[in-house]
Design a protein around this ligand. Structure first.
Ligand code: FAD
Length: 439
C-alpha cells in the first residue's frame, strides 16, 4: 500500500511538472489568440519540450523515484513516453505549416530567423535520438556508441528547442514567464549534474576492489568484491547494480549485473558475469585489486517485495544469477518454504552454479528441475527442450496459485513462459520477471 501511494505521488508530480508551462503561460497577460490550430500547435510544442526535459529525471536513477516501480518499468516508461513526446514535436510544425502554408516562406535558407534554425536543429536531433533508440540493433549500432550519442544528442536537442521557444518569444512577454522556462531548464540541468557529477563523486568515495575472480561453468566468471574503506552496500536478494570495472566513476561506460551473493552476508559482494560481448568477454582477465565503482542497488526482482507461501523460479542461462542470490539468502535465513527451480541451460557441462544448487538443496526445501536445450549427457533422464505448460504442470504443486513466480532469461523466453503460466490459470500478478536487456 505504501509503495502504491508513493507511486501515485510521483505520477502526480510528473503530470504537474509537464503541464506547468501550459498553465503558467495562460495566466496573467496573454497575447491575442491566433486561431485554434496555431494555439494547439504551440501547446503541443510546449508540452513536448517539458516531457523531453523530464526524461533527464526519469533516467537519473533517483532511488526514491525508482523504488515504487522498479527501474526497468521506469526505462519502459521513458521509452514509450519519448515516442509520444516525439509525436507531439512532429505535430507542432506540421500543424503550423498545414494551417498557415505561408509560413513555408520562412524556411528559405538565407531568410530563416535563428530561432527557426534552432527549432529545426532540435527536431533533427530528436529524430536521430528516436530512430537510433528504436532501431539500435537492426542498425548495428554498438551499445556504447548509442549510449554516448544518446546522452550528447539529448542535451543538444533540449538546448536547441529551448532556444527556439525563447527566440520565438510568444507567450513570453512577462519576465516571469521567461523565468519559468529558465527555471525548468535549471531543474533539468540539476538532474544532469546529479547523474554526471554528484553520483560519480559519491561512488568515488565508496570504491570496491576485486578480491578474486572465480571461473564458473558456462563461460561465466564471478567477481568477488570487497568494499574499500567503507561498510559496503546492503541489498535485497535478486537486485542488481551498475558497475564500472577498472574505470573512473565519471566514465560513461558501465554495465548492469545482478548480485549472486547472499544478502545476509556482509563480507563480500559477488557478481557473476557471462562472456557475451566486447566487455564481458575480457572479464576473466580482470586482475585482483582492480577498482570497481557500483551504482545501486536497483530492482524489484526480489522475494522480499513479494510475500508468498512458496516460490517458483524459472531461469535460463545467466538468468540464474539473481535467483542464486535469492536461494543463498533464503538458506541463510533458514527459510523452509517450498521452492521449485526450473533451470534451462544449453548443456550439462555449461550449467552455471550446478554444484552450488546441489549444496543449497541440503539447506532449503528446494526441488531443481534441470532442462537441457542442446546437448545432454548419455543416459540423461531429466527434461529437454523448451519449457512449456505441460512440463511446468508435471512439477507445480496443487496450491500453485498461492506461489509467487520469478522468471529471468532472454525476453522471448520470458514472454513464452508468461503465456504458458497463463495457460495453467496462474494470474500474471503472481509473476515477476527480470530482463537483462533494457535497450
Ligand atoms: C538488470 C540487468 C541485470 C543483469 N545481470 C547480469 C548478470 O548478473 N550477469 C551477466 O553476465 N549479465 C547480466 N546482465 C547483462 C549484461 O549487462 C550484459 O550482458 C553486458 O552489459 C554486455 O556487455 P558487453 O559489452 O560485453 O556486450 P555487448 O555485445 O556490447 O552487448 C550485448 C547486449 O548487452 C546489452 N548491453 C551492453 N552493454 C550494456 C550496458 N552498459 N547497459 C545495459 N545493457 C548493455 C545490450 O542490449 C547489448 O545489445 C544484466 C543486465 C541487466 C539489464
Amino acid at each position: 500500500m505504501r509503495h502504491l501511494l508513493y507511486g501515485a505521488f510521483w505520477i502526480g508530480i510528473y503530470i504537474v511538472l509537464i503541464m506547468t508551462p501550459l498553465f503558467v503561460l495562460l495566466i496573467g497577460q496573454t497575447p491575442p489568440g491566433r486561431g485554434f490550430w496555431r494555439e494547439l500547435s504551440v501547446g503541443l510544442g510546449f508540452t513536448s519540450l517539458s516531457m523531453m526535459g523530464m526524461q533527464f529525471f526519469l533516467t537519473g536513477r533517483f532511488r526514491h523515484i525508482t523504488a515504487p516501480y522498479g527501474i526497468d518499468v521506469i526505462y519502459h516508461f521513458h521509452r514509450h513516453i519519448s515516442i509520444i513526446a516525439f509525436l507531439f514535436i512532429l505535430l507542432h510544425p506540421l500543424i503550423l505549416l498545414v494551417s498557415s502554408p505561408r509560413m513555408m516562406t520562412l524556411f528559405k535558407p538565407n531568410l530563416a530567423p535563428w530561432w527557426l534554425t534552432a527549432g529545426v536543429a532540435g527536431l533533427v536531433a530528436f529524430t536521430i535520438i528516436i530512430v537510433t533508440s528504436v532501431k539500435r540493433i537492426p542498425l548495428g549500432i554498438r551499445y556504447e556508441t548509442w549510449r554516448l550519442s544518446h546522452a550528447l544528442l539529448s542535451v543538444a536537442a533540449v538546448a536547441f528547442s529551448m532556444a527556439h521557444i525563447l527566440g520565438v518569444g510568444y507567450y513570453m512577454q512577462e519576465p516571469l514567464k521567461r523565468g519559468l522556462w529558465i527555471a525548468l531548464a535549471f531543474f533539468w540541468i540539476i538532474a544532469l549534474l546529479y547523474i554526471r557529477v554528484v553520483k560519480p563523486i559519491i561512488m568515488l568515495k565508496h570504491p570496491y576492489a576485486v578480491e578474486r575472480v572465480v571461473e564458473e561453468r558456462g563461460d561465466t566468471w564471478t567477481l568477488v568484491l570487497k568494499p574499500d574503506g567503507h561498510e559496503g552496500m546492503r541489498f535485497q536478494p535478486g537486485q542488481f547494480v551498475w558497475a564500472k570495472i577498472g574505470k573512473s566513476p565519471f566514465a560513461i561506460r558501465e554495465h548492469p549485473f545482478s548480485f549472486s551473493s547472499s544478502a545476509m552476508r556482509e563480507e563480500g559482494l559477488e557478481i557473476p558475469i557471462k562472456e557475451l560481448g566486447d566487455f564481458t568477454s575480457q572479464i576473466g582477465d580482470v586482475a585482483p585489486g582492480t577498482r570497481v565503482y557500483l551504482d545501486g542497488p536497483y530492482g524489484l526482482f526480489t522475494v522480499d517485495r513479494h510475500k508468498a507461501d512458496g516460490y517458483v523460479f524459472i531461469a535460463a542461462g545467466v538468468g540464474i544469477t539473481p535467483i542464486i542470490s535469492i536461494l543463498r539468502t533464503l538458506a541463510d535465513r533458514q527459510d523452509r518454504r517450498p521452492l521449485l527451480l526450473f533451470y534451462s541451460s544449453r548443456g550439462w557441462e555449461e550449467t552455471t552454479f550446478r554444484d552450488e544448487l546441489k549444496t543449497l538443496k541440503e539447506r532449503l526445501n528446494l526441488q531443481t528441475i534441470h532442462i537441457l536445450t542442446r546437448e545432454s549427457p548419455e543416459g540423461w533422464e531429466g527434461e529437454r527442450g523448451r519449457i512449456n505448460a505441460e512440463m511446468l504442470a508435471r512439477y507445480l504443486p496443487q496450491d500453485r496459485v498461492h506461489y509467487e513466480y520469478f522468471v529471468c532469461g532472454p525476453e522471448p523466453m520470458q514472454k513464452a513462459i508468461k503465456k504458458q503460466l497463463g495457460r495453467l490459470g496462474l494470474p500474471l500478478d503472481n509473476v515477476q520477471s527480470e530482463t537483462f536487456n533494457f535497450v
